[in-house]
Write a protein that binds this ligand. Structure first.
Ligand code: PMP
Length: 365
C-alpha cells in the first residue's frame, strides 16, 4: 500500500511509504558489462598524467584528516576563478556536476516551481528535477536535434519555468547550440538559464562569457570528462555571485572533502596536458565520424567526446549485442525520448576506436 500518509507501512515491507511522486522517477543507469573496450559513459579515455597522481599524493600528505575541510573551498574556487577569468564568488563546486544541478534545483526549483527541458537531452535534468519536487515541462527539439526557438517560446510562455536547462553540447546528440540561440533563450527566459557544459571543452565556443552578476545565465562544468577525474566526482558552476550564495545555503555543510578539493586544484596545474588530450579526442572524433559516414548508419555532427548514430537496416539492440559479443560496449539510447534506433559511442583511445569501428563494420555487414 502506498499513499500520501507517512505512516501505515509501505510496499515491500518498508516501515513507511516513500514519497508518492518518486514512483514517477526512473533511475538512469548504463549496464556495466565486462568488456575490453568500454565506450558507453563518455569518460576520458586515459588516466590523468602520472605527474598528477604524484602531486596529489604530496598534497594528501599535508591534509589534516582529523579536521573538517575548508567549507567554502576557497583555494579551489580561486584556482577555478583564475582559469575562467571570473571572481571566486562566482564559483560553486560540488560532488560532480550532477550535485551542482541538484543544488540549483533545491535552491530555485522545488514544490510549486518548474523546470524546462528540451528532449532528447540529458535525462538527469528531468530525473533530478523530479527528485527535488520540481515539476518538469518538456519541449521537443527540431528534427535535426537542434534547439527550436519556437518550441522554447511555447514552453517558456506557457509555464514560466524557474529553471531552463540547455545542454550544450547536448548529451546524447552531440550538438552544441550557437551563441545566437543561447542569447535568444537568455533574452526571453522566465527564470535561470542553466547551460550544462559537461562537454564544453570539446566545443568551439562556450557560454561562460555570458555569465554576469546581474544576468540569469549559469554554466555547469565537470572534471569528469576532460580532466580524467570521473572517479573523483567534482563539478562546478560559474554563476552570478548572488546565485552562488544561495547554492552555498542548500549544500550540506562540508560537502566537498579535502582530498577532492586538493585534486581539483592539482588538476588545474596540468592544463597544457589536458588541452593536448582534448585535441587528440577531437581528432579521433573526426576519424570515427568519417568512417561512420561510409557505413550503413545515420549520424549527427558532434561537438562532444561522443557520437550518436542510428543503424539504418538493423535494430539497435541487435547491433549493441553484436558489439558486446566483440567486447565493445556502447550506450543504447534507443529507449530515450526521440531517439528510436539510436546508439551512442564515446571517443576512446585510437586503439579502442579502431576496435569499435572494425566491430561495427562486421556487425553491419
Ligand atoms: N551533465 C551532462 C550533460 C552529462 O553528460 C553528465 C555525465 N554523464 C553530467 C552532467 C554529470 O557529470 P558529473 O556528475 O560526473 O560531473
Amino acid at each position: 500500500m502506498s499513499g500520501g500518509g507517512a505512516t501505515g507501512g509501505g510496499a515491500g515491507g518498508l516501515p513507511v511509504a516513500p514519497r508518492d511522486d518518486l514512483a514517477l522517477v526512473e533511475g538512469y543507469h548504463s549496464p556495466q558489462v565486462d568488456v575490453e573496450v568500454r565506450l558507453n559513459t563518455n569518460e576520458a579515455p586515459l588516466p590523468p598524467p602520472a605527474g598528477f597522481v604524484e602531486a596529489l599524493a604530496d598534497e594528501v600528505k599535508r591534509i589534516a584528516f582529523n579536521r573538517y575541510p575548508d567549507r567554502s573551498a576557497r583555494d579551489l574556487r580561486a584556482a577555478l576563478a583564475e582559469l575562467h577569468g571570473v571572481k571566486a564568488e562566482q564559483i560553486f563546486a560540488a560532488n560532480g556536476s550532477n550535485e551542482v544541478i541538484q543544488c540549483l534545483l533545491l535552491a530555485f526549483g522545488g514544490p510549486g516551481r518548474s523546470a524546462a527541458v528540451f528532449e532528447p537531452t540529458y535525462l538527469l535534468h528531468t530525473h533530478i528535477a523530479k527528485i527535488t519536487g520540481t515539476q518538469v515541462h518538456t519541449g521537443r527539439r527540431a528534427d535535426d536535434l537542434s534547439l527550436d526557438l519556437a518550441e522554447f517560446d511555447r514552453v517558456n510562455s506557457a509555464h514560466r519555468p524557474a529553471v531552463t536547462f540547455i545542454c550544450s553540447p547536448n548529451n546524447p546528440t552531440g550538438r552544441s547550440e550557437s551563441r545566437e540561440v543561447i542569447e535568444a533563450v537568455v533574452g526571453r527566459a522566465a527564470g535561470l538559464v542553466v547551460v550544462d557544459e559537461a562537454y564544453g571543452q570539446f566545443a568551439r565556443w562556450s557560454a561562460l562569457p555570458l555569465v554576469s552578476d546581474d544576468g540569469r545565465v549559469v554554466v555547469v562544468r565537470t572534471f569528469s570528462k576532460t580532466w580524467s577525474m570521473a572517479a573523483n566526482r567534482l563539478g562546478y558552476v560559474v554563476a552570478p555571485a548572488g546565485v552562488v550564495s544561495v547554492l552555498e545555503e542548500v549544500a550540506l555543510p562540508y560537502h566537498l572533502d579535502s582530498v577532492k578539493q586538493a585534486a581539483g586544484r592539482v588538476a588545474l596545474r596540468f592544463r597544457a596536458e589536458m588541452e593536448a588530450r582534448i585535441a587528440g579526442v577531437v581528432e579521433e572524433r573526426g576519424r570515427i565520424a568519417a568512417r561512420l559516414s561510409e557505413l550503413d548508419v545515420q549520424t549527427w555532427p558532434s561537438d562532444a567526446n561522443f557520437i550518436l548514430f542510428r543503424p539504418l537496416h538493423q535494430g539497435p539492440k541487435e547491433v549493441w549485442s553484436g558489439l558486446v559479443e566483440r567486447s565493445v560496449l556502447v550506450r543504447d539510447c534507443s529507449g530515450w525520448p526521440g531517439l528510436e534506433g539510436c546508439l551512442r559511442v564515446t571517443v576512446g583511445t585510437p586503439e579502442e576506436n579502431g576496435r569499435f569501428l572494425s566491430a561495427l563494420t562486421e556487425v553491419l555487414a
